[in-house]
Design a protein around this ligand. Sequence first.
Ligand SMILES: Nc1ncnc2c1ncn2[C@@H]1O[C@H](COP(=O)(O)OP(=O)(O)OP(=O)(O)O)[C@@H](O)[C@H]1O
Length: 374
Amino acid sequence: MIEAVGLTKRFGAKTAVDQLSFQVRPGHVTGFLGPNGSGKSTTMRMILGLDQPTSGQVTINGRPFRELGNAQRNVGALLDAKAVHGGRRARTHLLSIAQLSGIPEKRVDEVLAVVGLQDVARQRAKGFSLGMGQRLGIATALLGDPRVLLFDEPVNGLDPEGILWVRNLMRQLAAEGRTVFVSSHLMSEMALTADHLIVIGRGRLLADMGTQEFIAHNSAGFARVRAAGNDQDGRKALAAALTAAGGRVLQEPDGALRVTGLELPHISDLAHGAGVRLWELSPHRASLEEAYMRMTQSSVEYTSTEDPRAELWEPDPLALPDWEDGAAAPEVPQDGFFAPPPPGAGGKPFLMPGSAAELAGTAGTAPNNPEDTR
Ligand SMILES: Nc1ncnc2c1ncn2[C@@H]1O[C@H](COP(=O)(O)OP(=O)(O)OP(=O)(O)O)[C@@H](O)[C@H]1O
């Protein structure tokens, strides 16, 4: 277990980590999230004894890292995949670390195979791609078969197959009862990999809870509802009925309505009562990305602005939607959310094409024919 108590790190006037207290328990993948510059790497460096805390402390299984005997056998870490001498061959790099830690040579070949680098084991690290470097860094972390593992952005530069591999590896390591602490900016991936989250912003703890609990706490579910034919009158009647029943109604860019404050069966009843046929009524489950954005928006240090393209051209005036005084629903990530596509040409409902040829040749025409009773 990793335990931080009042952990604080200042660099001159900058407080990078501020009174951080948390525990990372064995048997779980714990995700470490936070905006750029929020103090994740500094925290990991303090866990590994590479930076001294200004105050507070962090221990691994009850002892500071520097007091652990044979650290390589107890703790494995990937902090910076580029921290390899470029002139060294991958196998030589691993072998030198193994020899320093009393790890048998055959373990080097084992970890090379685990990360899929056996065929390039004798190539020099300077010729490695970003993804190959990450794999070598992960191999280094696994070398001593440690019970505690830290990974700072392990999927950085990996292709989809590599990302899936890292996900399965992390979960497997946790299932073996190890402590796995992993930082990433890839929210969709963290949602699939981590079962617990520690979220920081400007060096301070924002959340320490289960991933599903975090999503539920930091996002509001809503329903999408669409009147048949995207008909303006139907939409207005529906919106009026929903609003009168206490729902909050916003207009989605595709003409559907986004409704909060009403359960789906109630929305269905209200639509029926208002005589409005529906083409869509679906729940929206928030994604981790959405929940994370909501929680950290006030802690983001580096925010981008629109490029005004000064004196190059006038920006287009924003097209305002026509519902609720322009109260348009913001775009949200659609992870975990399934809704039928917007109506096809002429406001007709979308019907699945019967064959690949039909899809390729007649998209937007035949499949959208409401007479087609397939
Ligand atoms: N050695 C240092 N000297 C001075 N300031 C530092 C040092 N290391 C980190 N910082 C500052 O501390 C803050 C936290 O940095 P850190 O790298 O820990 O953030 P991070 O959450 O890992 O960011 P990112 O997601 O961008 O990797 C930043 O403002 C950074 O500039």
